[in-house]
Design a protein around this ligand. Structure first.
Ligand code: ADP
Length: 475
């Protein structure tokens, strides 16, 4: 099964080579021989016509002596590498280019029949048994006063025509061998450049399909195959990352669920078996309530993230006034702000500032950022929420003067479940999911979010939104 197509291809290629040689040896050989015979006969016939019109007529009229005529025929015969005969109607050879004619005892061609060749002006064979080898013969009638006086016959060995056909065929064989050699080189190059890499890719795809995502595909090429190999390598590394990520994600969720559940279980058991006396129960029930809230917050955050993963961040884009959404979101924190003596200062550009975005999701972004700013701010401080317009973009900034984020944590805060060591004491309810939700939402809009923070000084989160093209918003 493994190399089937390739083996078929090689077999087809070899078969093609062998058949090409056979075709040249048979068909081409026959066609060439016939062609050469025709050409030879044609040229001999023309020469024959010239001899007939130039000498034979004179010979029969008695104007050209026999010896003279013989000399002419001898010269022509040598030039044409052929035998030339003058034969009368009964088949007697009157003059031959080969030998001096014995007019008393001329050689007779038995059963001589000048009509035998029919419409063809040449024939091959041993010429009425006169030769031991195959001869090509051309016959020109010699006429005088509208009567046939005799025939001029030119005979040439077929073996000479075969020899020149073989010379032509040899050239064809050499050419074919060179073509075959070149195509073999091309095929070997093709094998190494295309077939071998494709086999490697198939093996890799097989490994990935069987779950071996660590399999490394080693193809260093710049062409389409190299691109495909790089894509596969990238795919496998992403898949293995996501596999690791899934494991880490589940471990984090399990951990975050287990600790509140263990404390809830412990306190409830202690209340039931009386370890906690009734007068102390309220305190522990409050702890249970706190842990339950944490679990419910964790669950709803996970649901939001899951929603994003399954729906692929589908957004309901509308035109709305971001200033008014900021005001509304900030007002929901009034209670917390009062208790922490924190004020939220809004520095908003224009009366209305329309953006094209998913309003409820942007509200969630603002909620998470302002919630963090309050959580990580000291009492009696100010939080600034600012909007600015620049180059067709709206910049929204949420800035606090709280605990700040350590430098080495700045990149990690966007990861799911990540919390800085600094913040753990300040926010026990935190899930570490808020900022990953924020980033997913902003990126789903095709926008950016950044953070500038100095430990102990404060943090600023800045994200962009597209300015609405139509000024008439939905709000
Ligand atoms: P959490 O629910 O824990 O707030 P987030 O994903 O919103 O989760 O934030 C992740 C971590 O980033 C927080 O635990 C905190 O350590 C840090 N962080 C976020 N916002 C701020 C901020 N404004 N000031 C200081 N630290 C912050």
């Amino acid at each position: 099964m493994k190399n089937r197509i390739y083996m078929k291809f090689i077999l087809a290629y070899l078969l093609f080579g062998v058949l090409s040689f056979i075709a040249v040896a048979t068909l081409t050989s026959d066609l060439t021989l016939n062609h050469l015979k025709e050409k030879k006969a044609e040229s001999l016939y023309k020469v024959g016509n010239i001899i007939v019109s130039k000498y034979a007529a004179g010979f029969y009229k008695g104007e050209l002596p026999t010896d003279n005529f013989h000399n002419h025929l001898e010269a022509m015969g040598a030039y044409l590498s052929s035998t030339i005969w003058i034969v009368d109607s009964e088949g007697k050879i009157i003059i031959s280019s080969e030998e001096h004619t014995d007019l008393e005892n001329p050689t007779v061609i038995h059963n001589f029949d000048p009509t035998i060749s029919g419409s063809s002006y040449y024939q091959t064979g041993n010429f009425y048994g006169m030769f031991h080898e195959n001869m090509l013969s051309v016959m020109n009638p010699i006429t005088s006063n509208y009567k046939i006086k005799g025939y001029l016959i030119i005979l040439t060995p077929v073996s000479e025509i075969v020899a020149s056909k073989d010379r032509i065929l040899n050239i064809t064989y050499y050419t074919l061998a060179v073509i075959f050699l070149l195509s073999t080189i091309i095929m070997i190059a093709f094998t190494f450049m295309v077939y071998v890499p494709i086999r490697k890719i198939t093996t890799a795809a097989n490994e990935y399909a069987h779950g071996n995502l660590k399999y490394e595909l080693d193809i260093q090429k710049e062409d389409e195959i190299g691109y495909l190999a790089n894509t596969l390598n990238y795919m496998s590394s992403e898949l293995s990352k996501s596999e690791e990520y899934q494991k880490k994600f589940i471990a984090n969720i399990s951990h975050d669920f287990r600790s509140p559940l263990t404390s809830i279980k412990g306190y409830i058991e202690a209340i039931i078996d009386g370890t906690i006396p009734p007068e102390m129960q309220e305190k522990y029930l409050n702890i249970i309530l706190f842990e339950t809230e944490r679990l419910s917050k964790l669950t709803s955050s996970l649901l939001t993230l899951n929603d994003f993963n399954t729906k692929g961040g589908m957004l309901e884009i509308s035109n709305f006034d971001i200033n008014s959404v900021i005001k509304k979101t900030a007002s929901t924190f009034e209670g917390t702000c009062t208790s922490k003596k924190i004020s939220i200062e809004l520095i908003l550009t224009g009366h209305h500032l329309y953006v094209a975005a998913d309003m409820s999701k942007i509200q969630q972004v603002l909620y998470n950022l302002i919630d963090n700013a309050i959580k990580f701010s000291h009492n009696n401080s100010i939080i600034y929420v600012e909007t600015t317009e620049k180059n067709g973009k709206i910049f929204v900034s949420v800035k606090d003067t709280g605990i700040g984020i350590p430098k080495d944590s700045l990149k990690k805060i966007w990861d799911r479940f990540y919390k800085t060591d600094l913040s753990r004491g300040k926010d026990k309810k935190g899930t570490g999911l808020g900022l990953s939700i924020v980033r997913e939402i902003v990126q789903a809009h095709g926008e950016n979010i950044n953070v500038i923070s100095t430990e102990g000084v404060g943090s600023e989160f800045l994200f962009t939104l597209p300015l609405s093209k139509s000024l008439s918003g939905d709000i």
